[in-house]
Design a binder for this molecule. Sequence first.
Ligand SMILES: Cc1cc2nc3c(=O)[nH]c(=O)nc-3n(C[C@H](O)[C@H](O)[C@H](O)COP(=O)(O)OP(=O)(O)OC[C@H]3O[C@@H](n4cnc5c(N)ncnc54)[C@H](O)[C@@H]3O)c2cc1C
Length: 394
Amino acid sequence: MMPSKLVLIGCGHSHSVALLSWLHQSAPLRHCPIADITLITPNAQTIYSGSVPGHLAGWWNREACAVNVADLAESLGIKVVFDEAIGLDLAQQCVMCRNHDPIAFDTLSLDIGSTPQIPTMASQRIIPMKPMGLLLNSLDPYLILGPSKTSPETLPRTTLSMAIVGGGLGGVEVALSLKERLGNQLDLSLICRSPTIAPAQFKTIQTLLTQELKSRSIQVYLNTVVNSVQENTNGVNLILNSGESSSNLSSNLSCDVSLWATQATSPQWIRDSGLMTDDRGFVLVDRTLRSVSHSNIFASGDIATIQNSPQPKAGVLAVREGKILGHNLRRSLASQSLKSFNPQSRYLNLVSLGDRRAVASYGEFSMTATLIQPWLWHWKKTIDDSFVLGLNLR
Ligand SMILES: Cc1cc2nc3c(=O)[nH]c(=O)nc-3n(C[C@H](O)[C@H](O)[C@H](O)COP(=O)(O)OP(=O)(O)OC[C@H]3O[C@@H](n4cnc5c(N)ncnc54)[C@H](O)[C@@H]3O)c2cc1C
């Protein structure tokens, strides 16, 4: 009998954890004849988001955020195809790739993350916050303007103006980190659609983050949307619309580069695939992380929405789902019953303030006291480092 073909698309937080769980199983997959497994990933490395703010602030280098998923997969005997999926043919059960022939599957698992909504025009001055690898590549030329704490060589002083569009936690963390790295060399604005920054957080965290942004001279625009973007010879011009609908005010904000941390979206090829999705295009799964429309397809992390229990798009949840996913993919290949993921309404969020301090929230509880902020930062670093180290085999 031919072994069943399992194809994994993307290797973010969820698939990495699933692969690690297989590595730790007493009967590793390389001794398991039931599946012929292929991983489709654009890069050998994936970036762990929790470690990104500290890298941007200059506290550690990029390697400290990177997980070599190709190593992890190959150590399990999984074939790695370096490519990007661009479509699914569910009738023929195959994945279309940008540079390879279609790859057939019996069982498919998706962990491709999400990307922010960005203007349709292509410009190197419009940088999406995700995928993280692209974010770091795009920011590299700007980061060298400011000395890193790991190699503090003096570089020519130049100023850079930047606008971050999106005032959620990701946008705020990156703003504080870049300001830590570039200091007065960076003229930074943060544009937030809602009346407060970090709208999903409780008031204490919002107030503290607002104070932090203010103390670093980061200009915050609240109740403001970017209506359109124009590129000019020196940078980009953002046309802003501020205020309540009855009293909208338009203004221009010119900057060298804009970073987009807006609402997460899914790629068009997922929306076009025929998989059942939620209204934002994310794959609808049940609590076993199996597609509600196609029982041989699994999805986890940002790209999945658990039907009737939607979760925030967060790395910490992608990691938790990864453990269940690893278990369920194996069980599904062996036609065994699946485990359910138990979505939790609260989870720990450690938010970096850029300068070796952090704040914590857990549901409506928060730890923001000045005295414990350095301790929280070390705690966050310990958690993030051990996660990255645990996934890197060399
Ligand atoms: C700056 C920043 C900081 C953050 N910090 C935190 C934090 O501290 N805590 C937290 O809980 N969350 C955090 N988040 C959110 C977190 O990054 C995401 O929720 C998390 O990355 C989702 O993981 P995932 O497994 O869904 O996929 P990801 O980790 O996003 O990885 C997806 C992978 O799929 C690959 N891929 C994409 N498309 C394709 C394709 N077509 N074919 C093949 N491969 C593909 C990508 O290259 C990538 O390697 C942060 C986000 C940002 C922007």
